[in-house]
Ligand binder design. Sequence first.
Ligand code: NDP
Length: 445
Amino acid sequence: MNAYVQRVLDTAIANNPNEPEFHQALTEILSSLSEVFDAHPEYEKSQILEMLVEPERIIAFRVPWVDDNGKVQVNKGYRVQFNSAIGPYKGGLRFHPSVNISIIKFLGFEQIFKNSLTGLPIGGGKGGSNFDPKGKSDGEVMRFCQSFMAELYRHIGSETDVPAGDIGVGGREIGYMFGYYKKIADEHTGVLTGRGLEYGGSFVRVQATGYGLVYFMEEMLLCNGSSFDGKTVVVSGSGNVAIYAHEKATKMGAKVVAMSDSGGYIYDKNGVDLEAVKEIKEVKRGRISDYLNYHPEAEYHKGCKGIWTVPCDIALPCATQNELDLESAEILVKNGVKAVGEGANMPSTNEAVKYFMEHDVLFGPAKAANAGGVACSALEMAQSGMRIFWNFDEVDSKLQHIMTGIFHNIADAAERYGKGKNYLDGANIAGFEKVAKAMMAQGVV
Ligand code: NDP
């Protein structure tokens, strides 16, 4: 590795102890940039990397709320405003018991490059809480969201920082947070994306990450002499990203045979019935095991990792970070997988990614493949700013255009640096170049 890049990586890891996910993201991204620094000594002269690996601001706060039994509960809240070189901070809020500063920093760091790849003017940020919405009443979720926003509101704004959803934060949570922001800030602005269509949201935002993933992968497959048509697909997770990845892959002629949640996975050789999954997950907020009530002939297996033992042509990990490790990658390759597209953020470990590349599996890295959600969020911001409303087809075709453009942008960067079909390096390089140029232009700030 380029000596300067290695030095910054080592120092960043030493300066941020006990943050394994952040270390993993730093290692993954910086490892791709060696040749760029070899070719551009001006970046080292400006010490651009030291600035890039340090968040511009980290906000950590207490979130107290009262549960349905009248008992006070206290959670942790975070917002990491990582980089605003190319636009206002933009990135989701995650509500999940596993959330900690390491996870928010890895997500925020990745978000800088992803947002850069969309070609839209958005910087990188991420936030969340260790609050678990699962099993909570609507009233509890509302009181939590209001308390969270009672602190967050002073740090965000439509030109400053525009959060969105992520794991555990869907339309319900965005609605409660937006309502409370409007009350205390006394303004109805585009401060959050993922809003309902009735109050400033955009068509396709709900579908955007899943649809975008499939648009990206289809372009990658077409450019490599293949497509979704007639393929067998495994999609992990059964949340927002997974459901709409299934929907679009099926529309493109594929058959999705397995889906999962954190408890286990279902296998349906006839193709997973998406309407049943939508009813279980979106309406009833149930478990994927409930699928057997709709299709007793299908199989349910405990343990979500087992989903990677299901033979498939294309694997779409859409649940969470590090859900696909080396052992799973080996099984997938042994079973003949041809392409992997990351719907979730950093779902594959660095070892698994390396294994896929070594075995000529086409690999669509998260920061490119799942950029459809944030791209559509930026389209929502544009519509809010202009006070106009594009219809479903208009937004959908812009999304498709952005996702195919991202593929060609990263393939071109990979080509320029002699990386062949290493689209991970291509994505890191293309994302980095734009941010670095913007940072250099703006001086030491
Ligand atoms: P949801 O909350 O809608 O769904 C998450 C899914 O992943 C659920 O099926 C959940 O199962 C499963 N899951 C969560 N944690 C774990 C875990 N530790 N082990 C196994 N399964 C788990 O989230 P999204 O669909 O919105 O997000 C999924 C991924 O996509 C995340 O990595 C997110 O960062 C990424 N992403 C999301 C975007 C968006 O627009 N929503 C945009 C870009 C990336 P269970 O219900 O059992 O917890």
